[in-house]
Design a protein around this ligand. Sequence first.
Ligand code: SAM
Length: 342
Amino acid sequence: MARLMSPEPALDTRARPLHDLRISVTDRCNFRCVYCMPREVFGRDWAYLPREEILTYEEITRLAGVFTRLGVHKVRLTGGEPLVRRDLDALVRMLAANPAITDLTLTTNGSLLAAHATALAAAGLTRVTVSLDASDDPTFERMNDAHVPVARVLEGIEAAEAAGLGPVKVNMVVKRGWNEHAVVPMARRFRGTGRIVRFIEYMDVGHSNGWRLDDVVPASEILATIAAEFPLEPMAPTHRGEVARRYRYADGGGEIGLIASVSQPFCGDCVRARLSADGKLFTCLFAVVGHDLKRLVRDGSSDDELSARLRRLWAVRDDNYSERRSAETAGLPKVEMSYIGG
Ligand code: SAM
């Protein structure tokens, strides 16, 4: 019993503990962001996962429970767009019933959040991160390619805050030639609101986005552009594995984050595993092979067997893709972010 209460933390070959779990609940999305699910690839003919391959909420909850035995405390629901899956609040309620999950969060494009925020909060969600790639409609609609205006996402953010899901983090992916002109307006728009914008370097996830190193706006450039307008001071990280470098406005206008996964990789502190919508475990966002946990669940493995298998998989983990990234590695086989979960 004592062992169950305080599980032995799982450590990989680089002594990185398993602490965070990202769960993709669907590979579908109602946006066609140019850097993630470009419309010319994810069109009518795209083969999404068949329904029977997707983990049920009961299967997800059971697997999440096994992960907590190995040290996971933080769970993030993602996708695809998690809110396109029906009754997501039911899954939140099931996960929230596990006391080992102390941080239960959601990453969403925000377009459907206004309708769901209250139910999600009531079910036990603790926070949300909302993606928004510009604060002006022409740029944002060009990025999402789904005619969704900024106001719809802002309504979602406001509803989340009203439901107690704040402080809301706002993710902005910056792609050269597409939205770098929107960086300072985004900073200005959210300064003093308590919402924390995190500027993210465009990454070479999957293949469909045709990533090129030249398309990346380095975090140093983003930082300098913002600091020229609003002086910034660095802040200390709050915990191991924090991916964003934090800065505060010198005048007290709040804070921002920079996620420099391309120019300043943080593999050394990566404590996160990913579970795809069809139940494959990926130990890195850039992994090629997922380990099929759904098969084990559906074949009748016990929790002890699942736990032992997970521990073995984590023990041999050696991933450090972002530290090895180059123009050449961009061409290596990789899975799409909409599938593995962002
Ligand atoms: N649909 C949800 C959303 O939009 O937040 C969740 C899934 S999305 C894949 C998760 C995050 O990954 C979003 O903030 C998105 O902007 C980011 N993202 C997707 N593709 C990316 C890429 N190539 N480089 C950097 N970030 C990316």
